[in-house]
Design a protein around this ligand. Structure first.
Ligand code: 13P
Length: 256
């Protein structure tokens, strides 16, 4: 059985002080719950402090929101995989739709970032998902297949098994408009089927696929109980420590 993975993508929110106070409450609310894997993904400025605070917390891991594919050099404003590793970052989001739409990321750059992450033993969380116009034009499968093939080109089956995929329909992000459990399941079953053709059925069976887009405490159970939904990438609702703990706990209940 795939262990579910719930991640808090804070996006451009949380100062260092806010992150500290989030963790105080969240770690207490979570207790020793470890049936699902939990990842907190702060902005770069809060990574070091959150990393320090998680030193003695076994059941919460650290993630980053982005990285550059080069090892070092004249890339003003960018952060390398080694810089993240030094802070005990385990996961890194690549290809989030906000980065694709607002900052010009393409499947080709996502591919280079995922490669740089894996080479530094960071696990990429590779985001894919269609826009509303693409859904309305019946292009969901075509778009997902193109994003998967482009973003995951050149990886071996073993490498793919290290990754997490996140299906985030663009129309459901920050809009309060969640994909129905059936819509998400249908897309995610298709993603898994595509991984079986890119790699093999055993890899498709192992890889975890998160859903992201307006996940909240009151819709988490219905989404997380779908067979091909292996966790959530939570934006807005992950900023509240109690609400995020509720999402984690609702998911943990399904792991028994
Ligand atoms: P919301 O949960 O705010 O819709 O954001 C989803 C997301 O983009 C997570 O990466």
């Amino acid at each position: 059985m795939r262990k579910k993975i719930i991640a808090a993508n804070w996006k451009m929110n949380m100062t260092v002080n806010e992150a500290k106070s989030f963790l105080d409450t969240f770690v207490r609310e979570l207790g020793d719950e470890s049936r699902a894997e939990v990842v907190v993904i702060p902005p770069f400025t809060a990574l070091a402090e959150v990393s320090n605070r998680l030193t003695d917390v076994q059941n919460v891991k650290l993630g980053a929101q982005n990285l550059h594919w080069e090892k070092s050099g004249a890339f003003t404003g960018e952060v390398s995989a080694a810089m993240l590793r030094e802070l005990f970052v385990r996961y890194v989001v690549v290809g989030h739709s906000e980065r694709r739409t607002l900052f010009g990321e393409t499947d080709a750059t996502v591919n280079k970032k995922a490669r740089a992450a894996l080479d530094a033993t960071l696990k990429p969380i590779v985001c894919i998902g269609e826009t509303l116009a693409q859904r309305d034009a019946n292009q969901v499968e075509q778009v997902l297949e193109m994003q998967l093939k482009g973003s995951l080109a050149g990886f071996s089956a073993e490498e793919l098994q290290q990754m997490v995929l996140a299906y985030e329909p663009v129309w459901a992000i920050g809009t309060g408009r969640t994909a129905s459990p059936e819509q998400a399941q249908e897309a995610q079953a298709f993603i898994r089927k595509t991984i079986a053709t890119i790699a093999d059925p055993a890899t498709a069976d192992k890889i975890r696929i998160q859903y992201g887009g307006s996940v909240k405490a009151d819709n988490a159970s219905a989404l997380m109980s779908q067979p091909d939904i292996d966790g959530a990438l939570v934006g807005g609702a992950s900023l509240d420590p109690r609400g995020f703990a509720e999402i984690v706990k609702a998911t943990c209940k399904l792991q028994d």
